[in-house]
Design a protein around this ligand. Sequence first.
Ligand SMILES: *[C@@H]1O[C@H](CO)[C@@H](O)[C@H](O)[C@H]1NC(C)=O
Ligand SMILES: *[C@@H]1O[C@H](CO)[C@@H](O)[C@H](O)[C@H]1NC(C)=O
Ligand SMILES: *[C@@H]1O[C@H](CO)[C@@H](O)[C@H](O)[C@H]1NC(C)=O
Length: 531
Amino acid sequence: MMKGILTRFLAVVAGFAIGIHAQCPNYAQYSQQVHEPLSTGRYALPYQRPSPECRTFNSSIVEETITRMATIIKDPDLFRLFENSFPNTLDTAVKWRGVAADNSAEELTFLITGDINAMWLRDSANQMQSYLSLVQASDSKDSLASLYRGVINLQARYILQAPFCNSFQPPVESGIGPSQNQQNPDIFTPPVPTSIAFECKYELDSLAAFLEISTNYYEATGDLEFFRKFKWVETIKTILNTTESLLIGTYARDGSVNTIPYTWKRNTDSATETLDNNGRGNPVLEGTGLVRSAFRPSDDSTIFQLFIPANMMFSRYLDTTSEIMAQIGDQRNLANHMHNFAQRIREGITQHGIVNHPKFGQIYAFEVDGYGSQNIMDDANIPSLLSAPFFGYTNTSDPIYQNTRKMILSPYNPYYMKGPVISAVGGPTQLIFHLAHAGLGLAWPMSSIIQIFTTSSTSEIKDYLHQILSSADGLGLIHESVNSFDAKKWTRQWFSWANGLFGQCLLDLEKRGLGGVLGASFQGGYGRLFG
Ligand SMILES: *[C@@H]1O[C@H](CO)[C@@H](O)[C@H](O)[C@H]1NC(C)=O
Ligand SMILES: *[C@@H]1O[C@H](CO)[C@@H](O)[C@H](O)[C@H]1NC(C)=O
Ligand SMILES: *[C@@H]1O[C@H](CO)[C@@H](O)[C@H](O)[C@H]1NC(C)=O
């Protein structure tokens, strides 16, 4: 049984949370058991929040929000799903908080992804974003602002140590030992010790995640002073140097083969886990203005390294981060440099990333190589093409985006998983211990959530909400993926980011004036007809 084996594997890697009661159960297991009371609707969803003494962070504003939403979300099952999922990161994933050994003013937050005991740059930035609408400026250690600062400071440390890596080990100050990555060893340059990084797949969106969380924190708090302290400016310089070094093409203009700063390969039986051409990836043209990405946010290798969604996200947040840089004093040149770089990437996307599709017209490509080859698809992870308005690169009135969205949510997207249970985007097959956690036929509720974020149609929104609810398989949390034909077949019960994102999405509906759908009933049952 997929679930049983997955549970045992996860129990090994998850370990036990530090700083909470020793008797607290391992949430990897706890989340797969049914806890009463059940919600009173047809889906009878259990109550999956850990007991208060086992929660890893308490926030009164988050509790008040849950209480307030109880009066707004009328369907008892939908409310239960919200109540379980929204606080999931705070309840379960704040593995350690403290301060830097060499500076007691520097807060640190080690935020795990969920069932894997490591901190991803992408996940942690987005896990925090779930609570963004509730963040206010505060010096208090109990505040969401403090949690934010801790994540930014720890991400800065990670990026300064290893700018090509995507997920990281606990900080030494925590006293928590490093986790062992169960995959085959990586062969990559530049090398990074396993005591620092959990995995070193270079993904452009991991660096964009630092710009995203910096922008988010700044816009919520206006706390410029924070960015003057510690190593924030230095980290931005490292991000610029790293990404600029990846504007490089495979060949120099005279035809000689360039030495590229990052190569990676792994002894594996899966093409998405390694890079062709002895770790360099497939050739890309120099001079497009686009930054290479060896891997996607799914942690799969790219087919063509000029990966458009990460370039969009990087450009968008580099521009907003340049505004922080412009205001902190003495950094005008650096701020201008950032703004111009962001513009050049945008021009590169317009020039190379918009292609003509025989059925949908002008659309954004998923990946290009600059030579004219293009990969037309989308993947469920964020950044994706579907989420481009969600992360603010464009908006839903952009006709090219609308064409792209139609393609993505159709059988013309090779990774659109359609079925009677749920129809949403998934991704290429990925195995953990020979078990697929993504793959053909597995739709991601995270995609359904982004489908909601990118439409104002209340009938579409209700449809997606219903699919998410009916595919929760009686366990009351957001799965990573669900078999589009069988709600009983799913992966990953403890995927903190997707849970927080669901809560964020319902709060966003209210903010967009679409809160009325939260009063709808989903008790009619869900069985999607083909057509
Ligand atoms: C959260 O509050 C509960 C009491 O409601 C307490 O037992 C627990 O230790 C608190 N958790 C943290 C991380 O402070
Ligand atoms: C800049 O990036 C290059 C290539 O990635 C690297 O070799 C070099 O050490 C970096 N320099 C700084 C100052 O970070
Ligand atoms: C939406 O995006 C398009 C294309 O990027 C832009 O031209 C337009 O001004 C944007 N509209 C709004 C309301 O922001």
